[in-house]
Design a protein around this ligand. Structure first.
Ligand code: RRO
Length: 349
């Protein structure tokens, strides 16, 4: 009698189980004590979650999103200890900037609206913090950079890399500061000029963080990649505002700001999905991720890594560990050997 063939999924599951067992046994054979046993399990867990992001080695695909936690090495360390696989700094420019007057952030029913106005100490001052942060961090440090011209972007990126940045993320998507941010990222010609200039100036990976406030984010992503972007981060905040019914006035001093948090997750997910169909470089999903299930959805949409931001305000730094644990349990339950296996999987169905 002809034997029934096991379906593909079951086959994969079995193969994975076997390979895990083999690796596990090998370790135990070499070192027969309990601490090594724990180490072996840990190593296997890490292997399932470890990624190579445009040449950067991350122990897991979660990253601190830019703009969330200031500029000090202490805060970066706290986030890395919370389980983040990489850290992205708040955006830094050529000169110090005090940003907008208060109020700069307001809570809405499903997220935050901010208009900080790019407050930052300037790259000369921040370079010292990069040097210090590199001494204490065991995960990659990515410096978010902005400028008002292509030359400024390149100068700041160069200084960040000289100080020790493992990569730079170009902020071409801040929704409310004039002559930088989305005014650059909404125009493929200017964007190309900026990316090319930075690419020819630094020898580290360049991530480009895009705005959702465009007609076709895939078209913008393609322009960035053609100009040399090594990865695309999608998305920055969605242009928004809040009005106080009692005072009858806009709440933020800048009136208009950017919405982040759960409200923008479906928008971010759609952006990642569209970009994945258009370009081949890794995509870093960002926007409203608050738990492991959100993270998995982004991976399935095509993200290779995930930036987490707004939720830290309510759940604290351990959100990174919780998210990673959840992704790991999902992969295990579904029979996948590596997180890479589910990147873009929703496109195949
Ligand atoms: O500093 C800000 O107000 C800000 C920036 Br740079 C950004 O990229 N996105 C955002 O929502 N706010």
């Amino acid at each position: 009698m002809e034997q029934k063939k096991p379906n593909q999924k079951l086959k994969r599951k079995r193969r994975n189980n076997t390979s895990h067992k083999t690796a596990y046994k090998t370790k135990l054979y070499l070192n027969k004590n309990n601490s090594t046993r724990a180490l072996a399990v840990e190593t296997l867990k890490e292997n399932r979650l470890a990624i190579n992001l445009a040449g950067l080695k991350l122990p897991n695909p979660t990253m601190l999103a830019s703009g969330i936690l200031g500029y000090t090495k202490e805060t970066f360390k706290t986030i890395a200890d919370g389980g983040a696989g990489a850290i992205v700094t708040k955006s830094v420019g050529l000169k110090p900037r005090s940003g907008y007057a208060n109020p700069t952030v307001t809570q809405t029913s499903c997220g935050l609206v901010n208009a900080m106005g790019l407050p930052n100490p300037g790259i000369e001052e921040f370079a010292k913090e990069i040097i210090e942060a590199k001494r204490v961090l065991n995960v990659p440090l990515i410096v978010s950079v902005y400028g008002f011209t292509a030359e400024e972007y390149a100068t700041v990126a160069k200084k960040a890399v000289v100080a020790g940045a493992d990569a730079v993320e170009l902020n071409v998507s801040c929704p409310h500061v004039r002559e930088t941010g989305s005014e650059i990222g909404q125009n493929p010609t200017i964007l190309k000029e900026v990316v090319e200039k930075v690419k020819s100036t630094v020898q580290k990976p360049i991530f480009v963080k895009l705005s959702p406030n465009v007609t076709s984010i895939a078209e913008i992503a393609e322009a960035a990649v053609n100009a040399g972007a090594d990865a695309i981060t999608a998305i920055n905040t969605v242009k928004a505002m809040a009005i106080d019914a009692e005072t009858a006035k806009p709440i933020l001093s800048n009136k208009v700001g950017g919405l982040s948090g759960p409200a923008i997750k479906p928008i971010a997910l759609r952006c990642v999905y569209e970009i994945y169909e258009r370009v081949k470089v890794p995509i870093i999903g960002c926007g409203g991720i608050t738990n492991w299930r959100d993270a998995v959805e982004f991976l399935l949409a095509g993200a290779s890594a995930l930036q987490i931001g707004t939720v830290i305000a309510t759940k604290g730094p351990n959100i990174f560990k919780a998210t990673t644990r959840g992704i790991n349990a999902y992969l295990k339950r579904k029979g996948f050997r590596s997180v890479n296996e589910i990147v873009g999987l929703s496109h195949k169905s």
